[in-house]
Design a protein around this ligand. Structure first.
Ligand code: BDR
Ligand code: CA
Length: 313
Protein backbone atom coordinates (compact mmCIF):
# COMPACT_ATOMS: atom_id res chain seq x y z
CA UNK A 1 0.00 0.00 0.00
CA UNK A 2 1.55 3.35 -1.06
CA UNK A 3 0.87 6.28 1.22
CA UNK A 4 0.23 9.49 -0.68
CA UNK A 5 0.42 12.99 0.73
CA UNK A 6 -1.41 15.38 -1.56
CA UNK A 7 -0.23 18.96 -1.85
CA UNK A 8 -2.66 20.92 -4.00
CA UNK A 9 -4.20 24.27 -4.82
CA UNK A 10 -7.54 22.50 -5.17
CA UNK A 11 -8.95 23.87 -8.35
CA UNK A 12 -10.86 22.02 -11.03
CA UNK A 13 -8.23 19.62 -12.38
CA UNK A 14 -6.83 19.00 -8.86
CA UNK A 15 -10.38 17.94 -7.90
CA UNK A 16 -10.55 15.63 -10.94
CA UNK A 17 -7.23 14.09 -9.85
CA UNK A 18 -8.61 13.42 -6.36
CA UNK A 19 -11.82 11.92 -7.78
CA UNK A 20 -9.70 9.61 -9.91
CA UNK A 21 -7.24 8.67 -7.13
CA UNK A 22 -9.77 8.06 -4.34
CA UNK A 23 -10.21 4.42 -3.26
CA UNK A 24 -7.76 3.22 -5.91
CA UNK A 25 -6.42 -0.23 -4.98
CA UNK A 26 -2.98 -0.06 -3.40
CA UNK A 27 -3.21 3.69 -2.71
CA UNK A 28 -3.88 5.31 0.64
CA UNK A 29 -4.41 9.09 0.67
CA UNK A 30 -2.89 9.89 4.06
CA UNK A 31 -3.37 13.68 4.17
CA UNK A 32 -3.72 16.80 2.07
CA UNK A 33 -2.00 20.15 2.38
CA UNK A 34 -3.44 23.11 0.52
CA UNK A 35 -1.54 25.90 -1.16
CA UNK A 36 -2.23 29.20 -2.95
CA UNK A 37 -2.52 29.09 -6.73
CA UNK A 38 -5.90 28.26 -8.26
CA UNK A 39 -7.54 29.67 -5.11
CA UNK A 40 -6.41 31.05 -1.76
CA UNK A 41 -5.00 28.27 0.43
CA UNK A 42 -7.93 28.35 2.89
CA UNK A 43 -10.43 28.14 0.04
CA UNK A 44 -8.44 25.31 -1.55
CA UNK A 45 -8.52 23.45 1.79
CA UNK A 46 -12.31 23.77 2.02
CA UNK A 47 -12.56 22.58 -1.59
CA UNK A 48 -10.50 19.52 -0.65
CA UNK A 49 -12.93 18.69 2.17
CA UNK A 50 -15.82 18.99 -0.27
CA UNK A 51 -14.24 16.62 -2.78
CA UNK A 52 -13.21 14.20 -0.03
CA UNK A 53 -16.81 14.07 1.21
CA UNK A 54 -17.96 13.09 -2.24
CA UNK A 55 -15.65 10.06 -2.36
CA UNK A 56 -15.87 8.84 1.24
CA UNK A 57 -12.57 10.37 2.39
CA UNK A 58 -13.98 12.76 5.03
CA UNK A 59 -11.58 11.25 7.58
CA UNK A 60 -8.45 12.38 5.66
CA UNK A 61 -6.88 15.39 7.44
CA UNK A 62 -6.65 18.65 5.52
CA UNK A 63 -4.04 21.22 6.60
CA UNK A 64 -3.96 24.75 5.29
CA UNK A 65 -0.66 25.61 3.67
CA UNK A 66 1.10 28.68 2.37
CA UNK A 67 -1.15 31.58 1.43
CA UNK A 68 1.67 33.27 -0.51
CA UNK A 69 4.81 32.40 -2.47
CA UNK A 70 8.26 32.69 -0.90
CA UNK A 71 9.39 35.84 -2.69
CA UNK A 72 6.59 37.46 -4.68
CA UNK A 73 3.02 38.59 -4.08
CA UNK A 74 0.28 35.98 -4.31
CA UNK A 75 -1.74 35.79 -7.52
CA UNK A 76 -4.78 33.56 -7.95
CA UNK A 77 -5.88 31.91 -11.23
CA UNK A 78 -9.57 32.74 -10.86
CA UNK A 79 -10.00 33.15 -14.62
CA UNK A 80 -9.14 29.46 -15.11
CA UNK A 81 -10.85 27.88 -12.09
CA UNK A 82 -13.49 30.43 -11.03
CA UNK A 83 -13.47 32.70 -8.01
CA UNK A 84 -13.96 29.76 -5.63
CA UNK A 85 -11.48 27.48 -7.44
CA UNK A 86 -14.22 25.03 -8.41
CA UNK A 87 -16.06 26.92 -11.11
CA UNK A 88 -18.82 28.06 -8.74
CA UNK A 89 -19.31 24.62 -7.15
CA UNK A 90 -17.07 25.06 -4.10
CA UNK A 91 -18.50 24.70 -0.58
CA UNK A 92 -18.10 28.40 0.23
CA UNK A 93 -16.88 27.70 3.77
CA UNK A 94 -14.89 24.98 5.56
CA UNK A 95 -17.00 21.92 6.28
CA UNK A 96 -15.17 21.07 9.52
CA UNK A 97 -12.02 22.22 11.35
CA UNK A 98 -8.74 21.99 9.47
CA UNK A 99 -5.69 20.24 10.97
CA UNK A 100 -4.06 22.22 13.78
CA UNK A 101 -0.74 22.39 11.92
CA UNK A 102 0.41 23.89 8.66
CA UNK A 103 0.67 21.80 5.50
CA UNK A 104 4.48 21.85 5.75
CA UNK A 105 4.39 20.74 9.40
CA UNK A 106 1.93 17.97 8.58
CA UNK A 107 4.11 16.76 5.72
CA UNK A 108 7.24 16.66 7.88
CA UNK A 109 5.47 14.88 10.73
CA UNK A 110 4.05 12.19 8.44
CA UNK A 111 7.30 11.40 6.63
CA UNK A 112 9.28 11.35 9.87
CA UNK A 113 6.78 8.87 11.33
CA UNK A 114 7.31 6.39 8.47
CA UNK A 115 10.62 6.96 6.71
CA UNK A 116 10.55 5.81 3.10
CA UNK A 117 6.79 5.10 3.08
CA UNK A 118 5.30 8.32 1.71
CA UNK A 119 5.06 9.66 -1.82
CA UNK A 120 4.17 13.31 -2.31
CA UNK A 121 1.87 14.28 -5.16
CA UNK A 122 2.22 18.03 -5.66
CA UNK A 123 -0.23 19.60 -8.11
CA UNK A 124 0.10 23.25 -7.14
CA UNK A 125 2.88 25.76 -6.52
CA UNK A 126 5.69 24.14 -4.52
CA UNK A 127 5.75 26.57 -1.56
CA UNK A 128 4.77 23.98 1.08
CA UNK A 129 7.44 21.55 -0.11
CA UNK A 130 10.10 24.24 0.05
CA UNK A 131 8.99 25.18 3.57
CA UNK A 132 9.05 21.52 4.59
CA UNK A 133 12.61 21.18 3.24
CA UNK A 134 13.54 24.11 5.44
CA UNK A 135 11.88 22.53 8.51
CA UNK A 136 13.48 19.12 7.89
CA UNK A 137 16.66 19.22 5.79
CA UNK A 138 16.72 15.39 5.76
CA UNK A 139 13.30 15.29 4.08
CA UNK A 140 14.76 14.02 0.76
CA UNK A 141 16.04 10.89 2.50
CA UNK A 142 12.69 10.27 4.23
CA UNK A 143 10.37 10.49 1.22
CA UNK A 144 9.89 7.68 -1.29
CA UNK A 145 9.19 9.89 -4.31
CA UNK A 146 7.87 13.32 -5.27
CA UNK A 147 5.60 13.53 -8.29
CA UNK A 148 5.11 17.13 -9.43
CA UNK A 149 2.66 18.52 -11.97
CA UNK A 150 4.58 21.49 -13.19
CA UNK A 151 6.94 22.95 -15.72
CA UNK A 152 7.26 23.13 -19.47
CA UNK A 153 10.63 21.68 -20.33
CA UNK A 154 10.39 21.05 -24.06
CA UNK A 155 7.28 23.09 -24.91
CA UNK A 156 6.02 26.66 -24.33
CA UNK A 157 4.58 27.73 -20.99
CA UNK A 158 0.92 28.45 -20.33
CA UNK A 159 0.93 31.45 -17.99
CA UNK A 160 3.73 33.16 -19.91
CA UNK A 161 5.47 32.11 -23.10
CA UNK A 162 8.21 30.57 -20.94
CA UNK A 163 6.58 29.47 -17.69
CA UNK A 164 3.98 26.97 -16.55
CA UNK A 165 1.54 28.20 -13.86
CA UNK A 166 2.58 26.06 -10.86
CA UNK A 167 6.23 27.02 -11.27
CA UNK A 168 5.46 30.66 -12.13
CA UNK A 169 3.40 31.04 -8.94
CA UNK A 170 6.50 30.30 -6.84
CA UNK A 171 9.75 29.99 -8.82
CA UNK A 172 11.97 30.12 -5.72
CA UNK A 173 10.11 27.20 -4.14
CA UNK A 174 10.32 25.14 -7.33
CA UNK A 175 14.06 25.82 -7.57
CA UNK A 176 14.52 24.58 -3.97
CA UNK A 177 12.52 21.41 -4.70
CA UNK A 178 14.44 20.64 -7.92
CA UNK A 179 17.79 21.26 -6.20
CA UNK A 180 17.07 18.77 -3.39
CA UNK A 181 18.39 15.23 -3.62
CA UNK A 182 15.12 13.30 -3.74
CA UNK A 183 13.59 11.34 -6.60
CA UNK A 184 11.40 13.85 -8.46
CA UNK A 185 9.16 12.95 -11.38
CA UNK A 186 8.14 16.05 -13.33
CA UNK A 187 4.85 15.82 -15.19
CA UNK A 188 4.75 19.07 -17.11
CA UNK A 189 2.95 20.62 -20.05
CA UNK A 190 5.26 18.47 -22.20
CA UNK A 191 2.77 15.66 -21.61
CA UNK A 192 -0.28 17.18 -19.94
CA UNK A 193 -1.24 19.29 -22.96
CA UNK A 194 -1.58 16.05 -24.90
CA UNK A 195 -3.66 14.47 -22.09
CA UNK A 196 -6.65 16.06 -23.74
CA UNK A 197 -10.21 15.41 -22.65
CA UNK A 198 -12.24 15.91 -25.82
CA UNK A 199 -15.86 16.06 -26.99
CA UNK A 200 -16.44 12.30 -26.83
CA UNK A 201 -15.30 12.05 -23.23
CA UNK A 202 -17.26 15.14 -22.21
CA UNK A 203 -20.42 13.60 -23.67
CA UNK A 204 -19.88 10.47 -21.57
CA UNK A 205 -19.39 12.54 -18.40
CA UNK A 206 -22.53 14.56 -19.13
CA UNK A 207 -24.55 11.37 -19.53
CA UNK A 208 -23.31 9.83 -16.27
CA UNK A 209 -25.83 10.29 -13.47
CA UNK A 210 -23.64 9.16 -10.57
CA UNK A 211 -22.28 11.63 -7.97
CA UNK A 212 -18.69 11.73 -9.29
CA UNK A 213 -19.85 12.17 -12.85
CA UNK A 214 -22.35 14.88 -11.95
CA UNK A 215 -19.82 16.83 -9.90
CA UNK A 216 -17.15 16.46 -12.60
CA UNK A 217 -19.60 17.70 -15.23
CA UNK A 218 -20.51 20.73 -13.08
CA UNK A 219 -16.95 21.86 -12.43
CA UNK A 220 -15.84 21.14 -16.00
CA UNK A 221 -18.16 23.85 -17.35
CA UNK A 222 -15.94 26.70 -16.19
CA UNK A 223 -12.70 24.89 -17.05
CA UNK A 224 -13.73 23.91 -20.58
CA UNK A 225 -15.06 27.45 -21.05
CA UNK A 226 -11.57 28.77 -20.32
CA UNK A 227 -9.97 26.32 -22.77
CA UNK A 228 -12.53 27.22 -25.40
CA UNK A 229 -11.77 30.92 -25.02
CA UNK A 230 -8.07 30.21 -25.36
CA UNK A 231 -7.87 27.39 -27.92
CA UNK A 232 -11.23 27.63 -29.72
CA UNK A 233 -12.09 23.96 -29.10
CA UNK A 234 -14.25 22.22 -26.56
CA UNK A 235 -12.21 20.15 -24.14
CA UNK A 236 -9.49 20.58 -21.54
CA UNK A 237 -6.05 19.39 -20.53
CA UNK A 238 -5.93 16.82 -17.73
CA UNK A 239 -2.88 18.33 -16.03
CA UNK A 240 -3.24 17.14 -12.44
CA UNK A 241 -5.02 13.85 -13.24
CA UNK A 242 -2.11 12.96 -15.56
CA UNK A 243 0.35 13.41 -12.68
CA UNK A 244 -1.81 11.23 -10.40
CA UNK A 245 -2.04 8.58 -13.10
CA UNK A 246 1.71 8.54 -13.75
CA UNK A 247 2.26 8.16 -10.02
CA UNK A 248 0.11 5.02 -10.06
CA UNK A 249 1.28 3.71 -13.46
CA UNK A 250 4.66 5.14 -14.51
CA UNK A 251 4.47 2.97 -17.65
CA UNK A 252 1.97 5.41 -19.20
CA UNK A 253 4.84 7.72 -20.16
CA UNK A 254 8.36 7.91 -21.56
CA UNK A 255 10.90 9.87 -19.53
CA UNK A 256 14.26 11.60 -19.77
CA UNK A 257 16.59 12.18 -16.84
CA UNK A 258 17.77 15.79 -16.83
CA UNK A 259 18.94 18.36 -14.30
CA UNK A 260 16.27 21.06 -14.30
CA UNK A 261 16.80 24.62 -13.10
CA UNK A 262 14.20 27.30 -12.62
CA UNK A 263 14.88 30.76 -14.06
CA UNK A 264 14.52 33.28 -11.26
CA UNK A 265 15.70 36.49 -12.86
CA UNK A 266 14.66 36.95 -16.45
CA UNK A 267 12.05 39.64 -17.14
CA UNK A 268 10.53 37.45 -19.82
CA UNK A 269 11.60 34.05 -18.56
CA UNK A 270 11.04 34.03 -14.77
CA UNK A 271 9.57 30.65 -13.84
CA UNK A 272 10.91 28.86 -16.92
CA UNK A 273 12.08 25.27 -16.36
CA UNK A 274 15.40 24.87 -18.13
CA UNK A 275 16.65 21.30 -18.51
CA UNK A 276 20.25 20.54 -19.25
CA UNK A 277 19.71 18.46 -22.39
CA UNK A 278 23.27 18.68 -23.64
CA UNK A 279 23.91 15.01 -22.90
CA UNK A 280 27.43 15.42 -21.60
CA UNK A 281 28.71 16.27 -18.11
CA UNK A 282 29.12 19.79 -16.74
CA UNK A 283 32.53 21.38 -17.08
CA UNK A 284 34.91 20.28 -14.30
CA UNK A 285 34.34 22.34 -11.17
CA UNK A 286 30.71 23.19 -11.92
CA UNK A 287 28.27 22.52 -9.09
CA UNK A 288 26.60 19.14 -9.47
CA UNK A 289 22.84 19.06 -9.62
CA UNK A 290 20.35 16.26 -8.98
CA UNK A 291 18.75 14.74 -12.02
CA UNK A 292 14.97 14.78 -12.33
CA UNK A 293 12.81 12.31 -14.25
CA UNK A 294 10.90 14.38 -16.79
CA UNK A 295 7.88 12.86 -18.55
CA UNK A 296 8.37 13.52 -22.26
CA UNK A 297 5.57 11.57 -23.96
CA UNK A 298 2.40 9.81 -22.88
CA UNK A 299 0.19 7.15 -24.34
CA UNK A 300 -2.78 9.54 -24.76
CA UNK A 301 -5.35 6.88 -25.66
CA UNK A 302 -4.52 4.67 -22.69
CA UNK A 303 -4.26 7.59 -20.27
CA UNK A 304 -7.58 9.18 -21.22
CA UNK A 305 -9.36 5.80 -21.25
CA UNK A 306 -7.94 5.05 -17.80
CA UNK A 307 -9.02 8.47 -16.57
CA UNK A 308 -12.59 7.90 -17.74
CA UNK A 309 -12.75 4.46 -16.12
CA UNK A 310 -11.46 5.83 -12.83
CA UNK A 311 -13.71 8.87 -12.86
CA UNK A 312 -17.01 7.30 -13.84
CA UNK A 313 -17.75 4.71 -11.19
C1 BDR B 1 -1.48 23.65 -13.45
O1 BDR B 1 -1.90 24.96 -13.05
C2 BDR B 1 -3.15 24.89 -12.39
O2 BDR B 1 -4.01 25.87 -12.89
C3 BDR B 1 -3.69 23.50 -12.63
O3 BDR B 1 -4.46 23.05 -11.52
C4 BDR B 1 -2.46 22.66 -12.83
O4 BDR B 1 -1.95 22.19 -11.61
C5 BDR B 1 -1.38 23.59 -14.95
O5 BDR B 1 -0.47 24.54 -15.43
CA1 CA C 1 -3.32 22.32 -9.58
Amino acid sequence: MSKIILDCDVGIDDALAILWLADRPGIEIAALGSVHGNAHATVAAANAQHVFDLVGLSHVPVAVGAEAPLAQPVSISGHVHGDDGLGGYGPGAPLRPFAAETAAEQLVRLVRAEPGACTILATGPLTNLALALHLEPDLPQLVERVVVMGGAVTVPGNITAAAEANIFHDPEAAEAVFAAAWPVVLVGLDVTMTAWLGEAELARIEADGRPRGRFAWSILQHYTGFYHSRHGVRGCALHDPAAAMLLVDPGLADYADWAVRVELDGDLTRGMTLADRRGYPEEPGAASRPVIRVATRIDRERLVAGFMDGLLR
